[in-house]
Design a protein around this ligand. Structure first.
Ligand code: DC
Length: 225
């Protein structure tokens, strides 16, 4: 048996609130794999741009600065961490200021190139569940398992508002849909269902049921290895 072949990458893409984070962390925990939240890396880059006084709507300024911050992601699915130049930004990157600015920053090609390099470094060792928007299409198209999660906008907004400690659901839905439009419409690595992905609409499933489905897909791949 070839132990190399058993190291797999599970790519989980989809829009915000589709259940990516909980599904990815739950799957990685069950399978004893690492976990990478690429959205947190885009948020960390955005946090740094805001802290540095860079106009996030000035694509050239964002591109020029994109190489400067040092962004480090910890990959324990039960306690993921993210730092920028050594500062723990796990809480700060979930705030409104970052959420409102992350889509335009993520649309800048130089930002994507920089983070793509960091993402591939982490993913390279294998046995990892990676969540994002372009993992199965651009970052790691060779992933052994590709999943594309969706859910009804109302369900997505309700989940996200709950995560954010009871924010207004209607406002959350507007903000999600606005981000979807930018994330899906950008020229570089737009949100899209990758070739070969398994589509799961999570609206009517519990979290455990979704994790069961992803674990089953992964075990089928491992069995074939
Ligand atoms: O998953 P999230 O909501 O934390 O992601 C925040 C933003 O980061 C999202 O609006 C788009 C961007 N993103 C991206 O462009 N590519 C990824 N692989 C992950 C996130």
């Amino acid at each position: 048996m070839n132990s190399q072949a058993r190291k797999i990458v599970i790519a989980i893409d989809g829009p915000s609130g589709s259940g990516k984070s909980s599904t990815s962390r739950g799957t990685a925990t069950r399978l004893g794999m690492r976990y990478l939240d690429t959205g947190a890396m885009f948020r960390a880059m955005t946090w740094w741009m805001l802290e540095s006084g860079i106009d996030v709507h000035d694509g050239e300024a964002v591109a020029t600065a994109a190489g400067r911050p040092s962004i480090v992601s910890g990959t324990d699915p039960q306690a993921p961490t993210i730092t920028v130049d050594g500062t723990d930004v796990a809480v700060a990157i979930r705030g409104e200021a970052v959420t409102g600015a992350v889509s335009p920053v993520s649309a800048v090609p130089a930002v994507r190139t920089r983070l793509l390099e960091l993402q591939r470094e982490v993913i390279g060792a294998g046995d990892i569940v990676v969540e994002g928007r372009d993992i199965g299409s651009v970052v790691w198209p060779q992933a052994e398992v590709k999943v594309y999660l969706t859910a009804d906008p109302a369900a997505r907004a309700a989940r996200r508002a709950l995560e954010e400690g009871g924010s207004d659901v209607a406002a959350t839905q507007q903000s999600l849909l606005a981000r979807d439009r930018i994330d899906s419409g950008r020229a570089t690595a737009p949100l899209t269902m990758p070739d070969g992905a398994h589509h799961i609409d999570t609206t009517d499933f519990t979290l455990d049921e979704v994790i069961d489905q992803v674990v089953a897909l992964s075990e089928a791949v491992k069995d074939r290895a």
